[in-house]
Each structure stands twice: as structure tokens, then as C-alpha cells.
Ligand binder design. Sequence first.
Ligand code: NAP
Length: 241
Amino acid sequence: MKRYGLIGYPLKNSFSANYFNKKFADGNIDALYQNFALNNIEEFNALITEYIDLAGINVTIPYKQQIIPFLNHLDPIAQKINAVNTIKFKNNQLIGYNTDYWGFKKSILPLLKEWHQSALILGSGGAANAVKYVFDNLGIKYTTISRNPENGLTYEELDKSVLRAHQIIINCTPLGMFPNIEECPPIPYQHITNLHLVYDLIYLPDETLFLKNSRLNNAVTKNGLEMLAYQAEKAWQIWNE
Ligand code: NAP
């Protein structure tokens, strides 16, 4: 039996375990997917020593960057994004990959229209880097919105002209994620129009306040659930190639 798992903390959401264990059951695959909540990344070495049958690991918040020094090799895309969410064990070597970019790209592509040329990316963490990698790839320009003015524009600088000049808005912050569902990024929603594509990487709740405010201003909206499924599918492909 092959063992797979997810490391992170506190691992409240069980999407990946449900997704993979259902896949194993449906496909008669002799494998198991487990959650491993690590109190700190130093526990990683003890984990892989204890479970020598581990065939692949997914990595989530807060370890997507902290895991990098523990790996033997980094896939070039993960290196560029500077975040790892998938680890493959190959000949006793640990290889880090990023599949978030893949999930994001596959899920947003069908929604892009010819007027979607410029994006606002809210937040500047690992997920924002994966989104930037995709936009670089697609030739879509972007501006980062951050609490730190050194990273781009601040939320206070967002006005009608900025929103009208950027018809894609991506939330890469944790604002609005369950259980803090009353929160949302502080942007001037009244300037969102039916030409906007508004995407939240958050998938719980289904419709965050960010998406609801945008939908009420007639934007096309999308949550992060499909991205999550696609990144898992890509991880499975990497583990099996
Ligand atoms: P992260 O590294 O912690 O970065 C989040 C960024 O959000 C930070 O860099 C920060 O940017 C901003 N931020 C944090 N707290 C904030 C606050 N209170 N107010 C305003 N901005 C704040 O997290 P991540 O790994 O990039 O993930 C971000 C979100 O994407 C999470 O909700 C995660 O669940 C989701 N995600 C979803 C998928 C999927 O498959 N759907 C995949 C990956 C991530 P500044 O300091 O620049 O303001």
C-alpha cells in the first residue's frame, strides 16, 4: 500500500484527504492519504523517518516556503514561484513542485475575455506568486495590492480609475476565509462592473463576502474550489510519472 499525505497547520479543511481517498476507492488503488498537522517544520524530518512508505506529500499553509530547505531538488517552476505544494519521493530524493499555478491557470482560462488584459492581485504571498507566474505566461499585466507600499499599490490607493483600468481582480489574501466570513479585502466595490472577472482563491465559504460584493456589482465571479481540485489532479500526475 502506498501512503500519501498533507502537511500544514492547523489542517482544519479535509478537502485533499477526501479527494484522494475517494479517488483511491473509486479506482481500486491500494493507497491511503492522511493529514499530518505539524506544529513546526522541524517535525518534517521525524515524519518522513517514521513513515518510510510515504510516496508523496502535499504542503499547505504555513509551510509552502519553509519546506524548501528540506528538499534535495526544486522543479524550476516551483523555484520561480518560490513555493512548494507537492513533494515527490524519487530514489530517496525529495523533489519539490508547485501545482497551484496549474490549478489557477486551468480554472481561469475558460473565463478570460479579450478585454481582460490587466489584473489586480490582492496579497503578496506564495499563492500570489503562483498567480503572477500564470499571468506572466499568458501575457496579462498585473499590479500587486499590498498592505506594504514596497510591494505595489496600497488598498488606500484604489479608486475608480484603478479599478476601471484592471478588469481582473484576484484575492490572494486569507480575508473572508471560514470562520472569518464577515471579512473582505477593503477595495471600492462600487467601481466593479459587469466587465470585471473577480476570482477568490478561497473556497470556503463557497461565496465569500468579496465575491458577493463583486457579484452584486454584476461581475463574473469564481471561487477557488476548481483550482484546488486541479492542483490535486496535477500532484497525482507528478507522483505517477
Ligand atoms: P500567505 O503566504 O499567508 O499570503 C497571504 C497574503 O495575504 C500575505 O502575503 C499578505 O500580503 C496578505 N494578507 C495576509 N493577512 C492579511 C490581512 N489581514 N489583510 C490584508 N492582507 C493580508 O498565504 P498564501 O499561501 O499565499 O494563500 C493565500 C490564500 O489563498 C489563502 O486563503 C489560501 O487558502 C488560498 N489558496 C487557495 C488555493 C486553491 O487551490 N484554491 C491554493 C493556494 C492558496 P501583504 O502583506 O502584501 O498585504
